[in-house]
Design a protein around this ligand. Structure first.
Ligand SMILES: NC(=O)C1=CN([C@@H]2O[C@H](COP(=O)(O)OP(=O)(O)OC[C@H]3O[C@@H](n4cnc5c(N)ncnc54)[C@H](O)[C@@H]3O)[C@@H](O)[C@H]2O)C=CC1
Ligand SMILES: N[C@@H](CC=O)C(=O)O
Length: 350
């Protein structure tokens, strides 16, 4: 039986849910996918680190919820020891799901780099490393003969990046526009239903949609990173964060929302990029009061959608969950499935 040993860096909503999936569906995964998964290391700011090459008992790890107990009680450490754990543990694959840092991507960029340098494949849902250091880290993975996969960085588990790369071959992409943040879309919907901004954000936090600092969602930083990822990965734009104009939804008032509704419009936070006639790419994120018959106006809750403008097919739209613990844990699983299918670069235990 092929078993991939994995390390979970960050043990919050997403990686904890991946551990739950492994704990509850391990056998099915093996039957359905042809490989098993075994967690051999976990690190988290609140819990410290635990490394057990023979496999961690996930029922114990999942009981730790950030209270006073740490991994030290189970033979681990109160420190994360991230560099040492990532470089030296026996994992084949590092699942990076720590906080997204929209400024410089750290420390997640270093986590990914340490893993790739030490010959381990990486899957991540963290937007920082992908948006801000994507090209460099992809090259490092290639140099080391391992994988760097990041489907969950855009639209959580909904396939977008791999789907477009694999299925749009032969098409020319002129641009895209989409709703790329579950939290802000959920919040706008709840404000339309009469909630105030803070109460709506609180609900999005409880549902596991929001970033650790929800200002990243509300002020458009999260969509800025996602637009940058899609523009560089799919349009080959070669742009940087400063090239993506950013405006969030914090200035959209209940009065704006009521007025838009009375005019047959609905506020949405729209991220977009477009190729110009000279080949350059213009990209940005801003709130827009869309007419109700616009394709994105009916996208509600934490659902996201992105519409690609192609030369031969016209608009091709992908829609699905844009946030959520289970949905995003699935993204990591889909990355591991892609690595397994590609074959090279992940050396599993027999
Ligand atoms: N929750 C969602 O719907 C989605 C989340 N993401 C991204 O996935 C990542 C994880 O998201 P969640 O699990 O929801 O976040 P979370 O806030 O629930 O968990 C993050 C965990 O990482 C830990 N952590 C932070 N810095 C660390 C460090 N240096 N070393 C070790 N542990 C560290 C924290 O203690 C926390 O437990 C974030 O980057 C987020 O932007 C991406 C798509 C969707
Ligand atoms: N906070 C993000 C999570 C996914 O990237 C969102 O709400 O979309």
């Amino acid at each position: 039986m092929t078993t991939y040993d994995i390390a979970l860096i960050g043990f919050g909503g997403v990686n904890r849910t991946l551990a739950e999936l492994i704990a509850t569906r391990g056998e099915t995964l093996h039957t359905d996918l042809g490989f098993g998964l075994r967690v051999v290391a976990i690190t988290d700011l609140r819990l410290g680190s635990l490394v057990q090459p023979e496999g961690i008992d996930l029922s114990i790890a999942l009981k730790l919820d950030g209270g006073s107990e740490t991994f030290a009680k189970y033979g681990g450490s109160t420190d994360t020891n991230n560099e040492s754990v990532i470089r030296n543990c026996t994992a084949d694959i590092i699942c990076e799901a720590t906080f997204t840092n929209p400024d410089d991507g750290e420390p997640a960029v270093s986590h990914v780099r340490w893993a790739l340098e030490s010959g381990k494949s990486v899957c991540t849902t963290n937007k920082g490393p992908v948006a801000l250091r994507g090209a460099e880290l992809t090259a490092l993975a290639e140099q080391n003969g391992v994988h760097f996969e990041f489907e969950g960085a855009v639209m959580s588990g909904t396939p977008v990046i791999r789907l477009a790369k694999k299925m749009f071959e032969g098409l020319k992409l002129n641009g895209f526009e989409g709703i790329l943040n579950g939290t802000s879309n959920y919040v706008l919907g709840r404000m339309e239903a009469g909630l105030d901004l803070d109460a709506a954000i609180g609900e999005a936090q409880d549902l596991g949609y929001a970033e650790a600092n929800p200002a990243a969602d509300i002020e458009g930083y999260d969509v800025q990173l996602k637009v940058l990822i899609l523009a560089n990965e799919l349009l080959d734009a070669g742009i940087e964060l400063k090239d993506v104009q950013r405006q969030g939804i914090s200035a959209v008032t209940p009065e704006n929302i009521r007025k838009a509704a009375s005019e047959g419009r609905r506020w949405k936070l729209v991220g977009a990029a477009r190729r110009n006639p000279d080949g350059s790419v213009t990209a940005g994120v801003s709130p827009v009061a869309l007419p109700l018959d616009h394709g994105l106006a009916g996208v509600s809750g934490a659902t996201n959608a992105v519409s690609f403008d192609t030369d031969l097919l016209g608009a091709v739209t992908v829609s699905g969950p844009g946030a959520g613990r289970v949905e995003t844990a699935y993204a990591l699983l889909s990355d591991i499935i892609a690595m397994h299918a590609a074959g090279t670069g992940v050396v599993a235990n027999a």
